[in-house]
Structure formats: C-alpha cells, structure tokens
Design a protein around this ligand. Structure first.
Ligand code: PHE
Length: 343
C-alpha cells in the first residue's frame, strides 16, 4: 500500500495538462467517487496498529497534493485564456465618440463673443431670486400680470409676503444686482437660464436661455443702442442683414422697442420662416427707465442707459431652423450630434 501511495504521489507531481478537460479527467481519476484515493481510504479501514498513523499521514498528503495540483492547473489555464482574449489584435477597434457642444451653448458663446468685442463683460446671477430683483426694482407695478402665479414659478409665496422667492423670469435681475454694486460706467451682458410658467409645447417651454445687455453712462442715447444692435445683427447673421425697431412696451425701459432682423433665409423677400413678412423678431430693447436707475441708487439726471434682451433658443431656431423647443432640453444624442460642426 505504501508503494502505491508513493507511485501515485509521483504521478501527481509529474502531471501537466493543456486543457480544462484534461484537468477534470485527472480530478475524477484521483478524487472522484471511484477514484484512486477513495479506494485507498476504503483499504485504509482495514489497516491496524503502528501502520495506521504512518499510512494515514501519507494518504492525506497525497490528497492535499492532488487537490493543490488541480487548483494550480485550473488557475494557469484560466489566466492564459484571459490573456489571449485581451490580446486579440485582429479585433476591429471601437472608436470613442466625441462629445459636441449644445447648440444653445454654441449660440450663447457667439453672442457673448460679439459683445465682448464692443467692451461688454459677462455678469451672472442666481436663478432663484426675490421679487424685488426680478420685478420691483424694474418698475413692475404690484398688480402687473407677470407677478401672477400663472406666469411665474414661486418657490415660496405666503399670503401678504412682500418679497417672495421665485425663479427668475428674465436675466434683467442680474442687471439690477450689477447696478446696486457698481456706479456707471456699466457695460455688461447677462447670460442665463430663465423660467416661465407655460405649458410645454413645440412653441413654448417653461424654461429657456437669455442673453440680456446693459449699458449705463453719461449721454447714452437711443442712437447708441441702435448702432450696437445693428453691429450685433450683422456679426451674427451676416453683413447683408438689416434691423428694424418697432415701438413696444416694457415696464423697465422708456421708450421700448421690439427688434427685428431681415430674414436671412429669403433675404427679406418673404418665406415660411418669416411668415412672408421678410422680418424675424429676435428680442426686446429700450432706454433704461429713470425709475430703474433710481431704485438702484444711480443718479438718473446724470446718467442714462440702454438695455436689450434676446432669447437664445429663438436665435438658434432662426440660425438652424429647429422649430420644436422641446428638442433643446431632451438631450437626445441624435439631435445634438447634428451640431458637431458648429463648435
Ligand atoms: N427682459 C425682457 C424680457 O425678458 C427683455 C428686455 C430686456 C426688453 C431689456 C427690453 C430691455 O422679455
């Protein structure tokens, strides 16, 4: 029996295998139900006395060695198959897809760039604002409809609350903050997201992006405003573009105007984008109302100013003819990829 154990031991030591199947066959032969070791243990029951200790140790050693060998071979085989897979140099590569800028960001940056060439610096402010910065300081009377729950999202509105917290409905609130902080000359552009309580559809959304601008100094006139807007429109839409200012009303500007640019798609002849008029509306503008300057502690006898505001999605729509506003907020990669060249 002793010699048989020793023979089996050298068999275990000498064994190698190049496949998992061979290892398994070896395991069955050695440790299986009818394997060599099972037989040895059967026989071992008959052994008595002195021999029992010596043989018992030997059989256990054989069992451990066999199990160790099997584990060792299994591990080497697994590792080597993993290496072969990761080194398959014939496999076609998977290309990393490049991200693209969102069209709203592309156009916003373009607008900011144009105004920075005119000496405007960028100012930003909080999206969660108070009533005073969004409406009060901007000459909105207390009963103005924009202050209604139907038009504005209130974060908190208690009965009789004088200055409730709300989501800003325009970035003019940034201009108020700038005027409070600093005396003229002030020349800023204010980009940012704004919120209005609208039902979401292709033509209206509860949030969008604006770039508004403010220039306050001595002797700022409507002619300065018009020239600034003309320069802006030509830089953005092309040198052949013309602008038109239509009288309008905003509580914070007097006089106020709506700004149109000649339709760059049909060249002003009339098409379905400009609805046959030859003109496209891009934003509002006007001379800052003296009341607004005064509420921000700026002397309205000494200083005057102009302000303007554009909706970024509206300009993206005119430049790229994307007519459903919802697409801007869905982040569908198939939509965004189309602007890869616009960066
Ligand atoms: N704040 C206005 C709006 O959100 C836009 C505007 C800005 C109009 C400045 C005139 C002057 O609609």
């Amino acid at each position: 029996m002793k010699t048989r154990i020793e023979n089996l031991l050298s068999e275990v030591e000498a064994f190698t295998a190049d496949s998992a199947q061979k290892v398994e066959e070896f395991r069955i032969k050695m440790l299986g139900k009818k394997g060599d070791l099972t037989l040895l243990f059967e026989e071992f029951k008959q052994v008595s006395g002195e021999m029992k200790r010596e043989l018992g140790q030997k059989i256990n050693e054989l069992k451990n060695r066999a199990q160790g060998k099997i584990n060792e071979l299994r591990e080497t085989l697994e590792n080597s198959s993993a290496t072969t897979l990761s080194l398959d140099s014939s496999r076609p590569g998977t290309a990393d897809s490049m991200g693209t800028r969102h069209p709203v960001a592309v156009v916003r940056n373009e607008i900011l760039d144009i105004f920075s060439r005119l000496g405007f610096t960028v100012a930003e402010g909080p999206e969660v604002e108070d009533d005073w910065h969004v409406f009060g300081a901007l000459n909105f009377p207390p009963e103005h409809p924009a202050r209604d729950m139907q038009d504005t999202f209130f974060v908190e509105k208690k009965e009789g609350e004088e200055n409730p917290i709300l989501l800003r409905t325009h970035t003019s609130s940034i201009q108020v903050r700038a005027m409070q902080k600093q005396q003229p000359p002030i020349r800023i552009v204010c980009p940012g997201r704004v919120y209005r309580n609208e039902a979401v559809s292709a033509r209206a959304h509860c949030m969008f992006h604006q770039v508004e601008g403010l220039y306050v100094d001595q002797n700022v006139s409507f002619a300065d405003l018009k020239q600034t807007l003309l320069y802006f429109a030509k830089e953005l839409f092309g040198q052949n573009v013309e602008i038109r200012l239509r009288p309008s009303f905003f509580p914070f500007t007097e006089p106020s105007a709506e700004m149109d640019v000649s339709c760059s798609i049909c060249g002003g002849k009339g098409c379905n984008i400009c609805k046959g008029t030859g003109w496209l509306e891009v934003g509002g503008c006007g001379m800052v109302d003296p009341n607004v300057l005064e509420s921000c502690n700026i002397d309205s006898k000494k200083y005057s100013g102009f302000a303007f505001g554009f909706g970024v999605e509206r300009i993206v729509m005119l430049k790229y003819q994307v007519r459903d506003l919802r697409l801007y907020f869905e982040n569908d990669v198939r939509f965004l990829k189309q602007f890869a060249a616009a960066i």
